[in-house]
Design a protein around this ligand. Structure first.
Ligand SMILES: CC(C)(COP(=O)(O)OP(=O)(O)OC[C@H]1O[C@@H](n2cnc3c(N)ncnc32)[C@H](O)[C@@H]1OP(=O)(O)O)[C@@H](O)C(=O)NCCC(=O)NCCS
Length: 153
């Protein structure tokens, strides 16, 4: 595998974004899932709109995006991270941490106080990534999720 880098995707990257996002949804939820079915019909304009609305970071290897994380401002105090995903072939090399670290770096530039996210209580790999960056459990999420938070003030 070539060297990995993290890039913030811009509107002109919408095709690559659509490709990796749909792969993530298929891998995580399956192609019968309503979320996948909805997003698989998105037009170029809808993908572009999403890239304008939120920051999307991809980990790129040999010019191919192999992982993704989304980040959005939540009011004046927080940035919310969501949809962390790595291609199964790219796992086990620390790239999840690299991706989350880049999103946290971006959050710091937004001058917020906290970075928050939700994770399934049983998702040991993801939780290990968040723990290693200093996130701590800050409350209960929906169903079997917990919310985690990192102070960046
Ligand atoms: C979460 C995800 C991005 C992490 O990928 P990754 O960076 O390749 O993760 P790794 O395999 O390197 O594991 C991360 C850490 O967890 C540890 N780990 C792996 N499996 C584990 C397990 N079953 N129990 C506990 N720790 C585990 C690893 O040792 C590693 O720690 P280290 O860096 O100190 O060695 C990836 O697994 C993924 O895309 N999963 C599917 C989508 C998902 O769950 N997203 C998170 C939504 S909140």
């Amino acid at each position: 595998m070539g060297e990995a880098r993290v890039a913030r995707l811009t509107e002109t990257d919408w095709r690559a974004f659509a490709g990796v996002r749909l792969r993530a949804l298929t891998d995580s939820l399956g192609s019968d899932d309503p979320q996948f079915r909805q997003e698989s019909t998105f037009t170029a304009a809808q993908w572009r709109r999403r890239l304008r609305a939120h920051a999307q970071f991809a980990v790129v290897v040999d010019h191919h995006p192999v992982g993704l994380i989304g980040a959005q401002r939540q009011g004046s105090e927080a940035v919310y991270l969501y949809s962390l995903w790595l291609d199964p072939a790219a796992r086990g090399q620390g790239l999840g941490r690299t991706l989350v670290a880049e999103a946290v770096r971006w959050a710091r530039t937004q001058r917020v106080r906290h970075v928050t996210l939700r994770v399934n209580v049983d998702n040991a790999r993801a939780r290990a990534v968040y723990d290693s960056l200093g996130f701590v459990v800050s409350g209960a999420g929906e169903l079997d999720e917990v919310t985690m938070s990192l102070d960046v003030s």
